[in-house]
Design a binder for this molecule. Structure first.
Ligand code: ZN
Length: 479
């Protein structure tokens, strides 16, 4: 979802009207809009099969902008899923057809604005033939089903997507390129949209997703959980977590401290016995708000599963493997994933190659938490430790990670040291003003490394060309 200008809104309204859809815009508006944009003279061509990501050119698609994903999933205890996806989008060119990213699954039905359309599947691309004038709203509806299968990521050497744990729990790990392995999508962070989820599970199961739990409807044999993510979200941050006996547990202490709803989805044995650091969520939000500005969403919490060794910052509901939560360093991973809600989720990368903007910033938040708990001297000691580790590991430049090893150590550790160096160079006032300005200016959107550098130079009044050239792009870690 991109910000739409007043003119864009007018054209959208007019196009909906002329197509005879539910919009009841007066004809006079349509007449004005047609005068402004004679779309009939522009040829109808297929939308591009990729959005222009330098590292992963097949991701995302051109020619339209998704506004909303409505996902209805019915999970059966045998592991199968039946799904209905309703995607509303706006054409950004005269389209003769367009692609969605989608792999796996059996498609039962596919319509655009209620009409069956011609489509073919080509690898990860779902190629749809349908004529849509520029500016027109349209709705794609897909019914599909099967047993979820992970897919091989192009960016990391493991299979990701919809995964299952040893207790039968189901969860999604989609960064960076696996959203389209569980729902048809414009799978790139530059096309954010709002989401609703309806998750039907066998009675006794919990089904969670991003945002707010808006309704729970129970029958004798099933329960349906309705979730709504009202803030724009990149497809890779959409999640579903399903578990037999899992519970959604409110954290009233953190909710009170942070002033927003904190809830966690926990397996039964952790409900009354969660790690102490989990109750620090509210305090962490306050510390990060001080550094980064207001928390960008209305909820936060984590979901804990077995069968996953890592953590992932799904929007408003980070996913944690149990081993992470039970590890002595859990609180640092906890503050790291929380920091991603600002840097990664609200401000997302425009190119995956800029992943240090996510990981360097979230890793830097670990240092801020240490400084909060133990003071400035402890911060400096931790910086020294991590500098040493980074030097020994001989990490390459953080701004140019290998495309097949996107999440290497450099984007985390050298990425964080870029911010440490910037803080030393421009001082605390300008440094934190830079972080807050950057978080605010690109909230609910996307940014590039150059965008961040521009904010830092503008806020500090310094020429930072040399600093960023050496810290971000230099082969050697600067002294
Ligand atoms: Zn991270």
């Amino acid at each position: 979802m991109k910000r739409v200008t007043a003119l864009g809104l007018l054209l959208v309204a007019a196009a909906s009207c002329s197509s005879g859809s539910s919009d009841s815009t007066p004809t006079s508006v349509a007449t004005i809009a047609t005068t402004l944009a004679p779309t009939s003279t522009v040829p109808f061509t297929p939308g591009a099969p990729g959005v222009g990501d330098v590292y992963y050119p097949g991701l995302g698609n051109g020619g339209y902008d998704v506004q909303h994903y409505g996902l209805e999933l019915t999970y059966d205890a045998d592991g199968s899923v039946e799904a209905d996806a309703a995607i509303t989008a706006v054409a950004t060119q005269n389209l003769s057809g367009f692609n969605l990213d989608f792999v796996g699954w059996e498609i039962d039905e596919l319509t655009v604005d209620g009409s069956e359309v011609t489509f073919l599947r080509d690898g990860d691309e779902l190629v749809i033939t349908h004529r849509i004038p520029s500016g027109e709203h349209f709705k794609i509806e897909l019914s599909y089903g099967g047993t979820p299968q992970p897919m091989q990521s192009a960016a990391i050497p493991i299979a990701i997507g919809w995964l299952a744990g040893p207790e039968g729990e189901q969860f999604v790990v989609a960064e960076p390129d696996a959203a389209h392995s569980w729902f048809p999508s414009n799978d790139h962070p530059t096309d954010k949209a709002t989401f609703t989820f309806s998750i039907t599970v066998p009675a006794g199961f919990m089904g969670a997703a991003n945002g707010e739990l808006t309704d729970v409807i129970s029958s004798e044999t099933t329960t349906t959980y309705h979730w709504s993510m009202d803030a724009p979200m990149a497809p890779y941050l959409a999640t579903v977590v399903i578990g037999d006996g899992w519970e959604l547990v409110e954290d009233p202490g953190s909710t009170e401290t942070a002033g927003l709803q904190i809830r966690n989805m926990l397996p039964a044995d952790l409900v009354g016995d969660a790690p102490v650091a989990l109750a620090q969520t509210g305090e962490m939000i306050n510390v990060l708000e001080e550094a980064f500005g207001p928390y960008p969403f209305d909820q936060y919490g984590i979901a804990v599963v077995d069968g996953f060794q890592h953590a992932l910052e799904n929007q408003t509901l980070s996913l944690f493997g149990r081993t992470m939560v039970e590890a002595p360093f859990f609180e640092y991973v906890h503050v790291h994933e929380l920091a991603h809600q600002w840097f990664g989720n609200s401000v997302s990368v425009a190119q995956w190659s800029d992943i240090w903007l996510n990981e360097g910033f979230a890793t830097f938040a670990e240092l801020l938490w240490i400084e909060h708990l133990f003071g400035a001297e402890a911060y400096r000691e931790e910086v020294a430790n991590r500098t040493e580790v980074t030097r020994i590991a001989e990490y390459g430049p953080p701004a140019t990670p290998p495309p097949n090893d996107l999440f290497n150590g450099s984007v985390y550790q050298r990425g964080a040291l870029v911010l440490v160096a910037l803080r030393e160079e421009i001082g605390d006032d300008a440094f934190f003003a830079t972080l807050r300005t950057y978080a605010e200016r690109y909230a609910d959107g996307n940014a590039t490394t150059d965008n961040f550098i521009a904010v830092a130079e503008e806020t500090s009044g310094h020429d930072l060309t040399d600093l960023f050239a050496t810290w971000l792009y230099g082969q050697e870690l600067p002294r």
